[in-house]
Design a protein around this ligand. Structure first.
Ligand code: ZN
Length: 239
């Protein structure tokens, strides 16, 4: 199936934490979205095996995205050649115009692996002649696909960015993001005083404050950004 955008994340909940408001907004504007979790997030901190996966499926439904789980192991996710090929294969199969991937994440090694893995996967997806590459045969039977934009949402385990490429006003879809994150009782124990979701929300509010809106999610881009018409930008806080 074709998707307009694909989000690659290490674990269930990462996509929602990093860019759930943006996802909900794009989907409600008619885009089709696929969340790719590199693993099923086991063992979950506060639940039996299988619970986190089901919660992730529920959260994706709330957001409006489809979701798949790859078979890498939580805590052992690495930027490997097989993982890059897997991402490239998914890109060729689903042909997204935009891809999003966790970046600048050093504390959790699983998160740190995603950026370079997806960078390479996006590049591999556009290359031809895989039938002549030993070890690359898995891409041989599929058509190349050129991703138009690769963007990187902020990993909230890291300090808030002071520098980013652009922000999305997610004030209108923030309740959807919160409802999706509320599914993850296997990870966030809000009723037992866990403040993590509150702190994540504070960051999105802080980012919104920079623009004079209630909530914003921020993104980096390795490529410089180009627009046809600068009037696409929303008003700045102080022009
Ligand atoms: Zn994670």
């Amino acid at each position: 199936m074709a998707y307009d955008l694909m989000v690659v994340a290490a674990h269930p909940d990462d996509a929602e934490v990093q860019m759930g408001g943006t996802l909900a907004k794009l989907i409600r504007a008619g885009k089709r979205a696929l969340i790719v979790d590199m693993c099923d997030g086991e063992p979950a901190e506060f639940a039996e095996p299988g619970v986190r996966r089901q919660q992730a499926i529920n959260a994706a439904k709330i957001i409006g995205a489809d979701r798949i789980f790859l078979d890498q192991r939580d805590r052992f996710i690495t930027d490997s050649i097989p993982a890059r090929l897997m991402i490239a294969q998914l890109i060729r199969t689903h042909r997204p115009e935009m891809v999003f991937a966790t970046t600048d994440a050093c504390v959790h090694p699983d998160h740190a692996a995603i950026g370079p893995m997806v960078d390479a996967g996006v590049f591999y997806a556009r290359l031809k002649q895989w039938d002549r590459v030993s070890g690359g045969e898995s891409l041989a039977g599929t058509e190349p696909w050129i991703v138009k934009r690769l963007f990187f949402p902020h990993c909230k385990m890291e300090p808030a960015w002071g520098d980013f490429a652009f922000a999305v006003d997610v004030s209108g879809t923030y309740e959807i993001k919160k409802n999706a994150l509320a599914e993850y009782s296997s990870i966030f124990q809000v009723d037992k005083g866990d403040q993590l979701l509150e702190l994540y929300e504070a960051e999105d509010q802080h980012m919104g404050r920079l623009f004079g809106v209630r909530y914003a999610e921020v993104f980096k881009s390795h490529s410089p950004l180009l627009v046809n018409d600068p009037s696409v930008f929303l008003p700045g806080l102080h022009a």
